[in-house]
Design a protein around this ligand. Structure first.
Ligand code: PNS
Length: 160
């Protein structure tokens, strides 16, 4: 059983994240989308809401689970008997941070491999941060996130 962990803030999940999940499913028996608590990032959605948005998005994919984690990623990977971490690489600008994180994780635990996958080119410009900004300013995000995420953004921002 080959298990990969897909960690991130997922605040909120976008179609770019879903694209990476669908690609990872082709390579691994099990994909665990691990939502980082990351309170220091001041997320718009709390951890329960972020996990729930992921769960709804992957409900049609039986090999995919959604979970949350706090603490070191490599410890979480071990606790779920994972072999690897997958991260999406959109552009060169992602590379420096991703490279640093992958090598640091390897230093912390040599058994955990990091795999990078490129999402579909139409998602190269997409990020949760930009989606939140567009939604906040009343723009249309329907082609960037699943419908339930769009509804959640609307609900959250109307209360803000
Ligand atoms: O979606 P993000 O915000 O780019 O995801 C970053 C994340 C959550 C993958 C990263 O911050 C992380 O792995 N945090 C867990 C803490 C940890 O293990 N830090 C050391 C890795 S360098």
């Amino acid at each position: 059983m080959r298990t990969v962990i897909y960690p991130g803030s997922f605040d909120p999940l976008t179609n770019g994240h879903l694209d990476v999940i669908q690609r990872a499913v082709k390579l691994f028996d099990r994909v665990i989308v691990a939502v980082a608590q990351n309170d220091s990032k001041n997320p718009l959605f709390n951890i329960t809401e972020r996990v729930d948005l992921v769960k709804q998005a992957v409900a049609h994919l039986p090999q995919v689970d959604a979970d949350s984690f706090d603490g070191l990623l490599v410890d979480y990977v071990e606790s779920r008997s994972g072999q690897a971490v997958v991260r999406g690489l959109r552009a060169i600008s992602d590379f420096e941070f991703e490279f640093q994180m992958a090598l640091m994780n390897r230093k912390l635990n040599e058994r955990v491999e990091t795999i990078f996958m490129m999402p579909k080119d139409t998602y190269t410009f997409l990020s949760s941060r930009i989606v939140k900004e567009i939604a906040r300013l009343g723009g249309d995000v329907s082609s960037f996130v699943p419908a339930h995420v769009q509804a959640a953004l609307k609900g959250k921002l109307s209360k803000a």
